[in-house]
Design a protein around this ligand. Structure first.
Ligand SMILES: [Zn+2]
Length: 317
């Protein structure tokens, strides 16, 4: 049974202090008890400094070390409020919106917090879409901040995959790619769609060769079909128009190409959970993913070195 606040009132009651927030994060990061990020030993104790000390190697760490919250000067209570509002507002919020809502001193702080939370919205090793999937690219333009005239015509290419669910849309994936070449598009398909699935595209040459990679590929030539692209692939086009509306509405179109990928992450996170009965569940997912840290693949290899070092210095960090 997952525990998460159902209402703003419950949220406010649950997370009034730093320690309440940290205990919540602790349970999400280590549901079966503390595991040392260095030596993988189970069990540790809390030092007066607030650090958790490993029973095995005596390494000292914190619940936020290695997560998006590391090195932040903001209290955890402020981060929790940012996570709550970001997931409870149906269309999310802008840096300026968050700054006003939380009374933060600077726009930059608010923007950085949202930016870090967006990076946590992509679950590491997430599953790929299955079934019948529409795929198409689109150009997102006019994103440059403070650029006037012709330069604003610079455009970025995004690719969208939308799962068919009857006549509606199931789950989606979106990505910012360098161009619409076969290399870029095949790379996107490979990370977003499970082989064996059916992929429906137009007849752009960049999609040729998908069968050789284990996909069923249905390519409909736009010209011959007598239809327009949005009629041929209605789901991806619906997603693209919702995304554009969100950029213009919530963000006034004022985002840079450099950060487009992170806005796509946020849009996909929210879209794929749009039917969730409880917004609190989105808050829980975001908090969970914010402390999800990939295990260090080298931890085992250099364990011996670290143990010797730890003995020498007693306490690290
Ligand atoms: Zn350890």
């Amino acid at each position: 049974m997952e525990e998460y606040p159902r209402t703003l009132r419950e949220f406010e009651a649950d997370f009034t202090t730093e320690s309440a927030c940290r205990e919540f994060l602790f349970r999400l990061r280590w549901p079966d008890g503390f595991i040392c990020p260095r030596c993988r030993t189970h069990g540790g104790w809390s030092a007066k400094s607030g650090r958790i000390i490993c029973n095995g190697c005596r390494f000292g760490t914190t619940v936020t070390a290695g997560t998006i919250f590391q090195d932040s000067h903001q209290p955890q209570t402020v981060w929790f409020r940012a996570m709550w509002w970001m997931t409870n507002q149906k269309t999310g919020l802008s840096g300026l919106g968050l700054q006003r809502l939380l009374g933060l001193g600077s726009y930059r702080t608010a923007w950085m917090m949202l930016h870090k939370l967006r990076t946590a919205m992509v679950r590491p090793g997430r599953d790929r879409l299955t079934g019948t999937i529409e795929i198409d690219e689109a150009y997102v333009g006019g994103l440059e901040e403070g650029v006037l005239g012709r330069q604003t015509e610079k455009k970025s290419v995004i690719v969208v995959a939308a799962q068919e669910d009857g006549s509606g849309i199931g789950r989606i994936r979106m990505s910012h790619v360098g161009d619409a070449s076969a290399a870029s598009l095949h790379g996107f398909v490979n990370t977003s769609v499970e082989p064996g699935s059916t992929i429906h595209t137009d007849d752009w040459t960049g999609y040729q060769g998908l069968e050789a990679k284990g996909y069923r590929h249905v390519a409909t030539p736009i010209k011959k079909s007598g239809k327009q692209s949005h009629e041929l692939l209605p789901r991806v086009h619906k997603v693209i128009s919702l995304f554009n509306r969100w950029l213009l509405g919530t963000h006034q179109g004022a985002i840079s190409h450099e950060h487009l990928g992170s806005y796509l992450n946020e849009f996909v996170f929210r879209f794929n959970r749009r039917t969730s009965a409880h917004r609190g569940k989105l808050f829980l997912r975001l908090a969970q993913q914010s402390v999800a840290v990939e295990p260090d693949p080298y931890a085992g290899l250099i364990k011996g070195v670290r143990e010797r070092r730890t003995q020498k210095y007693k306490r690290l960090g």
